[in-house]
Design a protein around this ligand. Sequence first.
Ligand code: ACM
Length: 639
Amino acid sequence: MQPVSYRLESAWQPDGGPFGRFTFTLVNLSDHPLSDFRLVYTSLTRVIDSAACENAVFLRRNANFHEFAPPKGLVLGAGESWTFTVSGLHRQAKHCTDGAKSAYLTLSDGRHVPVAVSDLLLEGAASDPPPQRLPEGKLDLPFALQPWPVKIDVVPGDGFPVVLYPAAGSSKDEIRAVDTALALFHRLFPGGHAPFTLASSPQGRPILFAEKPELGSEAYALTFSEREIRVEYGAAAGRQYGLTTLAQLLDGARRERGKFRFPVSGTISDRPRYGWRGCHLDVSRQFYPTADVMRLIDILAWFKLNIFHWHLTDDEAWRLEIKACPTLTTLGVLRGPDEPMLPQLGNGAEPVGGFYSQEEVRAIVAHAGALNVEVVPEIDIPGHSTAALVALPELADGQEAPESYHSVQGYPNNALNPAIPLTYEFLEKVFDEMVELFPSQYIHIGGDEVANGSWLASPLARKLMEEEGISGTFALQSYFLKKVKQMLTARGRKLAGWNEVAHGGGVGTEGTLLMAWENPQVGIELAREGYDVVMTPGQAYYLDMAQAEAFQEPGASWAGTATPAHTYAYEAEGEFPEELKHRMKGLQACIWSEHFLSRGYFNRLVFPRLSAIAEAAWTPKSQKDWLRFAAIAPLSPIL
Ligand code: ACM
């Protein structure tokens, strides 16, 4: 690996501007003087006042891409540094991940040169290390189960069987289910001791299966004895969950002998609290290769989560191959200094891309299906569509003033235009291909964060609004989303979306499922309007939120901090009036990827909060126990 020639250090202090001040120092580590260059960094703490900058000239910004020039004539000798400050920020920096996520130089000959960066330092205020996220924990019962079952009445044994195997007479599907559970374990814990074998083993214990549809499809019951283990299951999902429970029990007993034990007698009867137990992954801001997506799905299955909400498109990239629109995954994924989409969120001198071919999508959907995880794909429209508009510029109203509105993330004119017939032709093609790829009953169409004021400077949109008697952005959004819903209905699918789908008149409640993300109250209001709701409030279930107030804790802060203890204890159903509870279909973790530049940050922020949400989705409130959770959580697989 080549040593870097330049490093950009960044610090933030609370004084020096309405939202404090950045100090940046570029260090020339090369053997040569540096002159006649520009510096780019990406940062979610945006500069909005170009004049509020000392010892540098602010040249341009696009979302979180920022470009500066040094003072005229600056020559940075080998080993020398250039320091400049920026105070015209749009908000405070609250965490170490709020500074420059990446940087590069552009030289006078047009070459782009990498610059290393570190996390943001806090100056002029105390910067203590973050607190411990998990207490030591305490077990009343010595079993390594996560999520905890509804009913457990078992006696811990002194030892444990070496391995479990399907009893003679098991059906082909039952043997296959054991194989699936075994393969899942091997993938999650390579090097771990196999919990199952398909051949009978004298030191092992046989599993006797019995299908009992009356239990319900996701339910199972285990009966333990020295001689055998009986697994009753409602259907394939319940059978898998029963086997997963056995694998967790055995794995825990083996890995932390004494602390965790394997039952020798008694029963476990179990079923989920909610039907929708989801986890979302944003693959637009950062790209996750197919193997990572499959591994995350494996982890969901291990925690008995059953929905993978795949956020495939956003401003930063369109990741789903659509054969009828090939530029979506050529132009619509590449971010780089000389690409139509500029570097964002950790991108540097080298262009980056990445998308899922339809073949890969099919493999991921099949992988999930084999684990009873449903893949719900999302294309985020009409907002969050910069990448689609870069790929298909004909979808824009050429007469719309540039930068006539900005999204909350700072993207200009980023919404598909409801007044352009091509918009609908485009979406028809996209949905035609999506329904071939995804068997899920729901297609998620986003619908979030359309900036107020969107389209109002588009002559085509204005004309449509006049003709249709539509007033304002959100009424026009509703007009658009109703058409989208018709497209899905025509293809036999239902519409899922974020809570703003209900704005401006909404789309009709019949067959619509909305995700309440802005705050919990929104979910209750949607239920009152008649929508089915999944609770994903940022304050508890957004896994990109920082886990402590401490500046050194990584993550976002707009929804506050979500400690693992809070995420675990939070009751999404909490304030729902009794008569609306049936509308609350479940809950979901959301993995937004702006901050997930490294595997280290991904694992630190996602775990153990993902398994906390899995337990909140499965285990009845009366059985939740934070200290028990804390004792078991460290056994979790990670990405
Ligand atoms: C969202 O967080 N914009 C759904």
